[in-house]
Design a protein around this ligand. Structure first.
Ligand code: GRG
Length: 295
């Protein structure tokens, strides 16, 4: 199957699940509307797709990997939450996301804040709904929680804000921020699929390597797209990193070196799959897609 159809099929499954989970509740108010507005408004669904794909690579029978659908949907709720909060005036202050006004513009700041809070909680709740042994569910949720807490995405965002307007000169510092802000949650998405499929130690190690490499490559490409693309293609405001004096890979290494670095990371990611004889083509193709994507 071509990657395009593979991604489309998985995206549809995740979105159908999300629609059901976020359909307006009897006490309908702006909270559920804002949550659905921000979570059901497009997006590549990469984190949910990665979770399902890793599970499928290890256990190809759909009766197995479809069990991870609540986790895939939960991951996308949590990801949408991070985008809502990232767009708030006190953070990146953006008015465009996924080609539409950001949550606080379409609703108001307080509603956006609460919609993010609620998506985080509902997302974690969905992750616990998967029909998997309780011990596995617990391990998956621990991995996800760790990846978004103070030593994960939240900590990465704090560092990113702290370093705004300060020029980072050491690659390790920038790499750490990118890893925390973006990489570890992508890793948790991949590891949740591997854990759900009861991967062995060797497989878990290899998927961790795959994940860390594509996670960093993903954020490097995000930096490059912000610089080289336009707002219509991206569905979010282009050129913000430069305007806000953010530390990025192209700023530190230059455009060509950044592209080279992203390519090297993808080679390493694919090597990790081969180390455990994972020949499931979509996982190799998704790694390539991470650096060839245009939004
Ligand atoms: C999780 C508790 C908690 C707090 C969040 C605001 C914040 C703290 C973190 C922001 C993290 C952030 C937005 C990092 C950028 C990650 C990134 C490159 C997002 C874009 O992901 P895509 O391209 O988006 O997959 P789509 O729209 O396709 O889903």
């Amino acid at each position: 199957m071509e990657l395009k159809s593979f991604l489309a099929e998985k995206k549809t499954l995740v979105e159908e699940f999300l629609k059901e989970a976020l359909s307006e509740k009897p006490l309908a108010n702006n909270l559920w509307k804002a949550m659905a507005y921000s979570c059901l408004n497009g997006g590549k669904r990469l984190r949910g797709i990665l979770c399902l794909s890793v599970f499928e690579a290890l256990k190809p029978n759909p009766n197995n990997w479809k069990k991870a659908l609540p986790i895939a949907a939960g991951l996308e709720c949590i990801h949408s939450m991070s985008l809502i909060h990232d767009d708030l005036p006190c953070m990146d202050n953006d008015n465009l996301r996924r080609g539409k006004p950001t949550c606080h513009i379409a609703f108001d700041e307080a509603t956006a804040l609460l919609a993010g809070d609620a998506l985080l909680i509902e997302g974690l709740g969905l992750c616990l709904q998967a029909d998997l042994p309780p011990k596995i569910l617990l391990t998956i949720n621990q991995e996800i929680i760790k990846s978004i807490g103070a030593s994960g995405m939240t900590g990465g965002q704090m560092l990113d804000l702290n370093y705004t307007n300060l020029e980072i000169k050491e690659l390790e510092i920038l790499e750490n921020i990118h890893k925390l802000k973006t990489g570890v949650f992508l890793k948790a998405s991949i590891m949740s699929g591997a854990l759900a499929a009861e991967a062995n130690e060797l497989e878990l190690k290899a998927f961790e390597k795959y994940a860390l490499n594509i996670g960093l490559a993903f954020q490097i490409i995000d930096d490059l797209l912000d610089l080289e693309s336009d707002s219509v293609t991206l569905g979010k405001t282009a050129g913000k990193d430069l305007a806000q004096n953010k530390n990025t890979y192209p700023k530190l290494l230059g455009i060509n070196q950044s592209k080279l670095k992203a390519q090297e990371l993808i080679v390493e990611a694919k090597k990790a799959l081969l180390e455990i004889n994972i020949s499931f083509p979509p996982l190799h193709q998704i790694a390539d897609y991470i650096i060839s994507r245009n939004y």
